[in-house]
Write a protein that binds this ligand. Structure first.
Ligand SMILES: C[S@@+](CC[C@H](N)C(=O)[O-])C[C@H]1O[C@@H](n2cnc3c(N)ncnc32)[C@H](O)[C@@H]1O
Length: 252
């Protein structure tokens, strides 16, 4: 299928193949810029948090590990449902972890600099979450194995990510809504680095694991009701570009 090309800040998409981002961990100045991006995705963080709680059947006493937590917005939202003392959030970027600690450290969440390829956490989590980050991993198979390890028996790995098979229309809607050129370029680079849903399913089946795929992304009625006002105000119209994202659920 011939794909449209999109270009921002010198990056031109080639959606016929996976092109990895230049860096895996977002450190240094780029990390600080990422944490302070103008593109407001608060609604997504709220809806994903609600979705995680629903799909993993979490209670206030459940234990959550977020890998690639960035500046900590998702765990901040999750801590409204689950005791913050039961949440560990890690990222390979020391700059992002410093920012997460300064913004949400007082919630009681434990933030640590840790790489997905070398996790040092307990193995008793009800849910491991990885949001908007899987496309950074050069070797998807190894990453899935690492993300499954900290789960307790019956625990859920929840991966939310962009997909390269998103429609040209949705990619265009989203990138034109991002006014800052650098942020829009980062978005296009991330789409180009992401897996096609079929590729993701293939990797999981090679590992002999079961997977449930939510694609295009859909949220429950309860979730939409809970965020009704913010959905009306959402400038990015993320809810209308559901084919940009997939949720992959893997049970241990
Ligand atoms: C696009 S950001 C998403 C951050 C956050 N989950 C969010 O939704 O805002 C990707 C994150 O993955 C982190 N990351 C990438 N590769 C990593 C690795 N191998 N180990 C730990 N963190 C990693 C980056 O540092 C960055 O914070």
């Amino acid at each position: 299928m011939n794909r449209q090309t999109f270009s921002r800040e010198g990056f031109i998409t080639d959606l016929s193949r996976r092109i990895l981002e230049p860096e895996e961990v977002i450190g240094g100045e780029e990390g600080v810029k990422y944490a302070n991006r103008k593109d407001d995705r608060t609604l997504t963080f709220r809806m994903v948090a609600f979705d995680v709680v629903e799909r993993a059947h979490l209670t206030v006493d459940s234990r959550i590990l977020e890998v690639c937590c960035g500046a900590g917005q998702l765990v901040h939202e999750l801590s409204k449902f689950v005791k913050p003392q039961n949440i560990i959030a890690v990222d390979g970027s020391k700059e992002l972890i410093e920012i997460a600690k300064s913004r949400y450290g007082s919630d009681g969440i434990r933030f640590e600099v840790q790489n997905v390829h070398d996790l040092n956490v307990p193995g008793n989590f009800d849910c491991v979450v990885c949001k908007d980050s899987f496309h950074h991993f050069p070797d998807p198979k190894t990453a899935i194995v690492e993300l499954m390890k900290p789960l307790k028996n019956g625990g859920l790995l929840y991966i939310f990510d962009l997909v390269r098979n998103a429609s040209d229309e949705s990619i265009n809607t989203r990138q034109s809504a991002i006014l800052d050129d650098h942020e829009a370029m980062r978005f296009l680079r991330s789409v180009n680095a992401s897996l096609i849903t079929k590729e993701f399913i293939q990797v999981v089946s090679e590992l002999g694991l079961n997977i449930e795929v939510i694609y295009p992304l859909t949220y429950s009625e309860a979730n939409k009701k809970n965020n009704e006002e913010s959905i009306k105000l959402d400038k990015i119209k993320e809810i209308n570009t559901a084919d940009l994202f997939a949720v992959y659920l893997l049970r241990n």
